[in-house]
Design a protein around this ligand. Structure first.
Ligand SMILES: C[S@@+](CC[C@H](N)C(=O)[O-])C[C@H]1O[C@@H](n2cnc3c(N)ncnc32)[C@H](O)[C@@H]1O
Length: 547
């Protein structure tokens, strides 16, 4: 479909490398599909009307046919015309249609809504599907981006749904949703935008609104948390809904607001973790979490499911019911979607034996890694360090030599301990770093002394934590340091050498990618706490093993 559209668009000679490459072209197409005027675009309206007449009828008819067949050519063209970088900054990553349909089936299982609201409607995928699924429902899209709003209108118009639809170009947090007689279903994919792109006044709004409801809130929360809060404010008892977002709020501190809203204000019923086991959807990079809620209810237990996205759809696994008290006391929820793994007799969680710590972030590897710019620095400030995951993969279980490792400059906070000649070399090195603005970088400026990287002490066992394969566990006999590409395993109590050796071997062979979090394309990540949950034989059991 895409290739065909491009070819037809190229014949339009509308300019740009693809032939159909500007937002103006897209807006003209929307106008040709009878999208109703969008206020924010009205100044250019005349030009658009003129452009509309330039579009060959055949092309417009083809777009109509695609829409009638259940596709979203407008969304696809939008994703081509607007770069992925700028779309990401607005949280405009559209939901794959199989997931949209699946979520709407779950809504249908809960009843027929009188109104469907999509916060951040994008190209209108959810609204059009909802319009088809619920023939009497009023359809409301709220979209801040006027071009996307116009696409929603065009999509609805071409699908024959415009008469019961309303698309508002406004911020979802500020929009007024009039009360209606029946139930409203909130469905969609709240935009995922990180906190540093969120305006201070909205962060303040989040804090004020959350605090007044006695909810824990962090200003590090992303835009999706703002949308959850806005939904709790817009909704009335009896309203219900389903949202898909990236899954990180299940586990991170700044996700506590969404967890609190889900449990207390939205009437959360179920959470489905959608894990991309393949990469069938180009835009869906991260693991998703689909929530289902019914405002005004307070279920005693919440249904947890884990599904895998496979080409063409979703494969469901056995659901689990988790009681509310457990969710209230747990700070991380994604583990709860996995079936409990019980180890054989004598097995313990790795965390009982070792703390797992990610290596230090330098903030500017180029500067802090030894090179010509660090010549003449005293040897005492240069540390052999694992700086690349492949150094651990290649070590084959035992880091027996450090000669291949690069050295990291790690200066103490107190520079008065150096002799005059050492101090001269250090000052020269730091002056060059300053010139590059290293002292102003986010990480450096947060350190007590910006020049002191603060590498962790050598960990007896090192592990990779992000790859398309299980982690490499390596016995670090050369006492190398590690930066944030690796985790270090630090025994809580001293462990005998034989135990360390056997533990490393056990972890290297007994850990599977299933134990971590899998992202699109099979990339698996183990956060330190996840690694601590791995089941391993106790030291006594390890000692009984014959080597
Ligand atoms: C993740 S996309 C979802 C689009 C569509 N619902 C879908 O699932 O395919 C989020 C949408 O929210 C819009 N958006 C971002 N910030 C917004 C805000 N403050 N108010 C309303 N819409 C917003 C973006 O422009 C984007 O179209």
């Amino acid at each position: 479909m895409k290739a065909k559209l491009r070819m037809d668009a190229a014949q339009l000679a509308l300019g740009g490398p693809l032939g159909f490459a500007t937002e103006r072209d897209l807006v003209a197409l929307a106008a040709a599909l009878d999208a109703v005027e969008v206020p924010a675009l009205s100044s250019t309206e005349e030009g658009l009307l003129a452009l509309r007449s330039e579009l060959p009828g055949g092309f417009v008819a083809q777009v109509r046919r695609e829409i009638a067949n259940g596709n979203d050519p407008l969304g696809e063209l939008f994703c081509e015309v607007r770069s992925s970088v700028s779309r990401r900054s607005q949280g405009a990553v559209y939901t794959p249609l199989p997931i949209v349909r699946w979520m709407l089936r779950r809504i249908a299982d809960q009843g027929e809504p009188a109104r469907v609201v999509d916060p951040g409607s994008g190209s209108g995928r959810f609204l059009v599907e909802a319009g088809r699924a619920f023939p009497r429902a009023e359809l409301v899209g709220v979209e801040l981006d006027p071009v996307a709003a116009l696409l929603t209108r065009a999509h609805l118009a071409a699908a024959g749904l415009a008469c019961r639809a309303r698309v508002v170009v406004e911020d979802y947090r500020a929009v007024a949703l009039p009360r209606i007689g029946g139930r409203t279903a909130f469905v969609g994919n709240p935009p995922y935008v990180r906190h540093h792109l969120i305006e201070a006044r909205w962060k303040q709004w989040l804090t004020d609104q959350a605090r007044s409801r006695k909810l824990q809130v962090s200003q590090l929360a992303g835009l999706h948390a703002h949308f959850y809060l806005a939904t709790a404010l817009h909704a009335r008892p009896g309203d219900f809904g389903t949202f898909i977002t990236a899954a990180e709020w299940l586990d991170v501190n700044y996700g506590s607001l969404v967890r609190g809203l889900f449990l207390e204000f939205l009437g959360g019923r179920s959470i489905v973790v959608v894990e991309p086991s393949e990469r069938p959807f180009p835009d869906a990079l991260a693991t998703g979490a689909v929530t289902e809620f019914e405002v005004g209810t307070r279920p005693d237990s919440i249904r947890f499911e884990r599904v895998a996205t496979v080409a063409g759809g979703l494969a469901t696994a056995e659901p689990r019911m988790i009681c509310r008290e457990r969710l209230e006391s747990e700070r991380r929820w994604s583990q709860l979607t996995r079936s409990v793994r019980r180890g054989p007799e004598g097995y313990v969680e790795l965390g009982e034996l070792c703390r797992v710590h990610r290596g230090q972030v330098t903030g500017a590897n180029k500067v802090w890694t030894e090179g010509p710019h660090s010549a003449k620095l005293p040897d005492s400030v240069l540390f052999r360090t694992v700086t690349r995951a492949r150094e651990l993969f290649q070590a084959d279980g035992r880091l027996a030599s450090d000669s291949m490792l690069r050295r990291i400059v790690d200066l103490p906070e107190d520079l008065s301990v150096f002799s005059a000649s050492e101090r001269k070399a250090i000052d020269r090195f730091l002056a060059a770093a300053r010139q590059q603005g290293v002292h102003l970088g986010y990480i450096a400026s947060k350190r007590r002394a910006w020049w002191s990287v603060g590498l962790r002490t050598p960990a007896p066992i090192l592990a990779t934590y992000m790859a398309r394969r299980p982690p490499a566990f390596v016995r670090n006999v050369v006492n190398a340091r590690h930066i944030n590409i690796a985790h270090g395993l630090y025994p809580r109590e001293p462990l005998a050498e034989a135990v360390l050796e056997r533990l490393t071997k056990y972890l290297a062979t007994g850990t599977s990618t299933q134990d971590g979090r899998t992202y699109a394309g099979g990339l698996t990540k183990f956060e330190p706490r996840e690694m601590e949950r791995l089941l391993v034989p106790s030291p006594g059991l390890l000692m009984q093993q014959t080597s």
